[in-house]
Write a protein that binds this ligand. Sequence first.
Ligand code: C2E
Ligand code: CA
Ligand code: CA
Length: 757
Amino acid sequence: MKILLGSILTLAMIIIGIYIYKTQKEKHSMVRTVGRTLVIGLFIVLCNLVTLLTRYEWVCLAAYSLYFVASCWLVYYLLRFSLEYIGRRFEDYVKRKLMLLLLFADSLFVILNNVFGHMFRLKSVVLFGGEQFYELEITWCFYIHYAIVLCLVVFSLITLFYGSFTAPTFYRKKYLTIAIITTAITILNIITVSSAIDVSVAGYVVEAISIYYCAFVYTPQKLLQSTLLQVTQDMSIAVFVLDAEGRRLYSNGFAESLLVEENPYVNAEGEPLEKWCSRKYREVGEFCEEQAFSRGEDEVDLRIQLQQIRDKNNQAQGGYFVLQDRTQEIKDLKQEQYKATHDSLTGLYNKDYFCEEARRYLDKYPELEFLVICTDIKEFKIINDSFGMPMGDAVLKNAARLIKEEVNGAVVTGRIGSDVFAMLMPKKNFKEEFFTELKNEDFLRGVEKSIAFPVVTHVGVFEVLERDLPVSVMCDRARMAIHTIKDDYHKRIAYYDEKLREGILKEQEFVRDFDQALQTGQIKMFLQPQTTVDGTLLGTEALVRWEHLEKGWIGPGEFIPVFEKNGLISDIDRYIWEQACKQLKTWKEQGREDIYISVNISPRDFYFLNVYQTFMELVEKYEIAPKNLKLEITETAIVMDFNRQMELITRLRRNGFVVEMDDFGSGYSSLNMLKDLHVDILKIDMAFLNKAKDEERSKKILQMVIGLSKQLGMPVITEGVENEEQVSFLSEIGCEMFQGYYFAKPMSLEEFERIYM
Ligand code: C2E
Ligand code: CA
Ligand code: CA
């Protein structure tokens, strides 16, 4: 019998030992309390084992007293555990020091029993047919100790029962479990405490296991599970779990709404969502990808992720799908992308995206020949300014429509500037008629009022010969071609070619070199004499020349149009005017105040300079007579802003300047205008007359102009006079001043002074 009981107790110790070990592995705030409770439990069983097996009375007596001491401490820890377990602080309920004092006193009281025997003594009994056991003979003192222990137990039980009634249902069970087990052990203990065989020991094992289970296993896992379920249930992402065979174990609300079997969501190939998922589950393992599914009109973009669940040995146990609804996000993204790549007014690609798409196209079809075509609406600003922005917008929309729908063959189209559209078109598709046959009505479709303004598009064509060129550069070149037709009403289409390119490069070089040229004296004033019919010098016209370091002498015909475009012309003019004034001052000092210098004023100068103030300052600075500085203003400059120019001219004349009207007959002027032109001298260029086919007729016109101007008191100077015949004719009809190669070519200042001074 002793062997059987001994074995049971040993087994109990092993089991409790295992749970002590397991407790140490846990990461939980209660590890210490649970661990100590279990260790004391183990010690109690050990003491019990000793009392059972020993033959020596004093050993048995000592083991019993230790057993009682330990049981007292056990209940103490049980109480601590109970309080902690229901989430209270032990110290809040118990005066810890007082309690410890009581327990130590009790322990001492029990230990002293070994000496005084005041609590219990041993009585040897023979049981089960001859085996010797010790039984306790208890005195009333024992009950003092017992009362302390019971008080603690009751306190614990109250705590646990209280906890189990006040706790949420979920916790109720676990408090109750421990409370009931503790009660059972206590009752067993009360019954068997004085008998030779204490069966309550078995209870300790059960209690140890249940405490461990309740503290570390039951609460966290069950709680976690139900919390997770609740969380996943409410989530806006769909979650469903599959077992190893691919059967659905769990799915949250959202997943269920997506996975409905009747009328399911299907992908582009018609495969239902759940089938698709389980196929992927079987075939792919873990993955994450985006897929669009639809159910009738209803479309969803899902980000689908499969995660596998593996056990400790890395064996697949199943997996779970996480489906995120990205429909709105993708819609927003697409919208944003659209906004970033399209022009909001016309819906065509914007510049960057046009370039990107055109590049893709060029790369995709390397064998095809392409054109980049740009269109520019002539004087679009006038449409906007005179007819209002809505009209401008309507014209642009129509232009975009025409380019997209009517101009066949463009593969990529875009709006790359306010009124500039671009196309990429295979060369074989291109027909000039696409553009030349566009009519005003085409641009005004849907516009209620018509406008008395011709909407004309200019078209620049660039043939893509160097494919590696950035598309933006191709567009620039097509647009450069457009610039060559700016003022030609009948010409609508221009092609970019090498000549154009060279011209543009040369222009760029001029602009690049200009500053240095002006500072280092490469810009020079040449002089061309103006004489009487017999060659007597009257004065001279200042004409600019550029002595370029690399290119040599360059005439103004080459660089002036470039600088007129960007306004640099006024720097040149300002420079030449100053050179002229300086020279007049020198001559004045040499006593030659009889010679004048005529300077040219570009129409652009009126925008970039205060012409009046500039001249006034110059004559003052160099102390020269204004009459010696003649001012040549072209007819075009005057006509451009007639009233303002006339006012300016009047002011200059009033200050003593002599104003000449240059290139008379080259532009819009009519004889009729002569009477309103209050200038001092009329300058007629023979070159314009020579151009005319009917020589007789032009001679008559010339005769009339000269006659008329004489009547108006305006002397005439004729330039471009090249031969004797011209000279005699001109002097016959009353011209008294001449300038031309016949008399002298433009020359450097040094040469001029050598010949004429
Ligand atoms: P323009 O003011 O009409 O100047 C007269 C042009 O006719 C000069 O050409 C001159 O060299 C040229 N010429 C003179 N006699 C004859 C002739 O018998 N036969 C022919 N075929 N041509 C003759 P250039 O110097 O090349 O100047 C061209 C134009 O450049 C000028 O025409 C003027 O409009 C402009 N220009 C020249 N210098 C300046 C300047 O300093 N400032 C501005 N704004 N324009 C200038
Ligand atoms: Ca001139
Ligand atoms: Ca002229």
